[in-house]
Structures are given as structure tokens and as C-alpha cells.
Design a protein around this ligand. Structure first.
Ligand code: MTE
Length: 307
């Protein structure tokens, strides 16, 4: 079993909140003073991360691969382009507005997002629709924690996400062939599921720009494109919201996009995958191996129809 229950975290593994947050403040203050690259890297560290029973124990994909083999079409459609072209992406200041059908809609600045809950490490398998996979130590807390802050109303059946977009900062976007801003969506119960992570870091550091700084979501049982990066707006809505890859190519990409070895992409099989860094392909698992936790969300649904 790779997934346990939330109650299994030992308290000794969690840094006391006050120590954690005062350290975080100190580190955040360091950004302004930092001079060399080493100092900047140190300032990006997330200290005292709690461990999560939701983590897999599989071998991690090396940091270099996680941060140089990316999909982030705002910065170009080549895998190596985001690392090169997102270097100067301005993520300070940053706000995320959480609006729509909510009792208390609110705009959060990044500090309040970081301070909302203890941040833990979540090592997730990630499967890209293109057929490759990675194992990544993300850092964050459940998206539900943020959503509960605004007190969703019963009309809120879906959650619509929108990435930041600025053609001046993202000049490569216009060659990428998809519409911007990048938009994604989840059904409310998917968004509230404890595996759905509001993510602010990886490998114990704040998110590198190419991985969706400063805040993204990570949904490990769905193809990677559902894990929208650099989020600016979250809206609670009544109807299924539009999503970028479905707008770009509705025949090939559906709203649900659950990892499913039995539902092929129209142009290729999804039965196998190549774990980055490995030679032999491995079998793709239904719901990317998270079926024990999430299959009940789709009880009675035809997964071929709702692909
Ligand atoms: N989010 C935005 N805003 N723009 C994108 O192009 N690409 C998606 C997803 N989120 C994308 C995005 C795709 S296709 C994948 S596979 C993952 O981000 C890749 O995340 P990673 O580069 O951190 O591994």
C-alpha cells in the first residue's frame, strides 16, 4: 500500500507551527538581502516540511529532470524551453483571487497562502498524457484548506482555475498553438479530495518558475495537464468550466482526464509509460495507482465516455 490515512503522521515529524513560521519569515526576509545565487537558493528553501502518509516510496526522479523537462506552454512548447525562458518570470507580488459561489470570496496574497496551513512534502507519481512519468517530492497542503476559507455555497459544483498570463513576460506563448490564459477545472468533490494539493514547492524548495511558481495545483490521479501552474484566479462555478486542452482539441482531451490504461488517446495507446530515467516501459495504472483513494468519485460513470 502506498497510501495511508491522514491520521498516521507522527507529531514528532512536524515542526511546531511557531518555529516553522518564524523561520519562514526569516527566510522570506532573506530574499531582499541575498546577493549570490547560493544565497538565493537558500532563501527559497522550505524548512521543516511535515511528512505525508500520502507519499509513495518509489525512487524520486532527479531534480535536474524535474526542473528541465517541462510542459509550460506560456514559455514555449519545447520541453527545455520553460527552464530557459521562465528565468525572469516576475512572481512577486502575487495574488490569487478565490471568487464565484462563495460566502466569503477573497483575494489572497502569497504570504497568506503560505501561512494558511503547515506545508508538507507529498511524493506523488505524475503521469503526462504524452506517455512519460516522474516521481516528484512536491510541497504544499490540500487545496480544500484554501477553498474552505471562502465558504463555498451549495451552487458551487465545479472549480475553475486560471493561470496568470502576460504576453510581455511570456513572448513565446504565441508560438505554442494553444489559447491563453491557460484554464483548467475540477468537479467540487475532486477539488476537495485530500490528494489534490495546493503546491508551493518541490524538493524542499519554493517552486522554480518553470514548475509553476509561485503556486499551482497537483492532481496525481489525472494526466499532468490538469495540474495547472502559476494560478491567478480560482472561481467556484455551477457548470463544468472550459479547459485549455479540450478547447484546443476536444476529440483528444476531455474534462476528466483520469489516468486510464484502457482508454487510449486517439493517436496513441496509454497502456504503458516511460518513467523518466528508465529504459524499459512500465504498465500504466488505473488512476495512476491512486484508485483506492479516488475510484469512488467515479462510481457508476462510464470512464470511456467521460474521458
Ligand atoms: N499549466 C500552465 N499554466 N501551462 C501549461 O502549459 N502544462 C501542463 C501542466 N500545467 C501547463 C500547465 C502539463 S501538459 C503538464 S504535463 C504539467 O503542467 C507539467 O508540470 P511540470 O513541468 O512541473 O512537471
Amino acid at each position: 500500500m502506498l497510501i495511508g490515512k491522514a491520521g498516521e503522521i507522527r507529531s514528532s515529524e512536524i515542526t511546531p507551527r511557531d518555529v516553522y513560521f518564524s523561520r519562514r519569515k526569516f527566510l522570506a526576509g532573506g530574499v531582499g538581502l541575498a546577493v549570490g545565487a547560493g544565497a538565493l537558493r537558500a532563501a527559497a528553501k522550505l524548512e521543516g516540511l511535515g511528512k505525508s502518509p500520502f507519499s509513495t516510496t518509489e525512487k524520486l526522479t532527479p531534480y535536474d529532470a524535474v526542473t528541465t523537462y517541462n510542459n509550460f506552454y506560456e514559455f514555449g512548447s519545447g520541453k527545455d524551453q520553460p527552464a530557459r525562458f521562465a528565468k525572469n518570470f516576475q512572481t512577486v507580488p502575487w495574488t490569487v483571487s478565490v471568487e464565484g459561489h462563495a460566502q466569503k470570496p477573497r483575494t489572497f496574497d502569497l504570504d497568506s497562502i503560505l501561512a494558511l496551513a503547515p506545508i508538507e512534502e507529498r511524493i506523488y507519481r505524475m503521469r503526462c498524457v504524452e506517455g512519460w512519468s516522474m516521481v516528484i517530492p512536491w510541497a504544499g497542503y490540500p487545496l480544500s484548506t484554501l477553498l474552505k476559507q471562502v465558504e463555498p455555497l451549495s451552487k458551487a459544483r465545479y472549480v475553475a482555475f486560471q493561470s496568470y498570463y502576460n504576453s510581455k513576460q511570456m513572448p513565446q506563448a504565441r508560438f505554442s498553438g494553444i489559447p491563453f490564459p491557460y484554464v483548467e477545472g475540477l468537479r467540487m468533490d475532486e477539488a476537495m479530495h485530500p490528494l489534490t494539493l495546493l503546491c508551493v514547492g518541490l524538493y524542499g524548495e519554493r517552486l522554480p518558475n518553470q514548475n509553476g511558481a509561485p503556486v499551482r495545483i497537483v492532481v496525481p490521479w489525472k494526466y499532468g495537464f490538469k495540474s495547472i501552474k502559476s494560478i491567478a484566479k480560482i472561481k467556484l462555478v455551477e457548470k463544468e468550466p472550459p479547459i485549455t486542452w479540450n478547447l484546443a482539441n476536444p476529440r483528444e482531451y476531455g474534462f476528466y482526464s483520469n489516468v486510464n490504461p484502457k482508454v487510449d488517446h486517439p493517436r496513441w495507446s496509454q497502456a504503458k509509460e516511460r518513467r523518466i530515467g528508465e529504459f524499459f516501459k512500465r504498465d500504466t495504472l488505473l488512476f495512476n495507482g491512486y484508485g483506492d483513494s479516488v475510484s469512488s468519485l467515479y462510481a457508476g460513470m462510464d470512464l470511456k465516455k467521460y474521458y
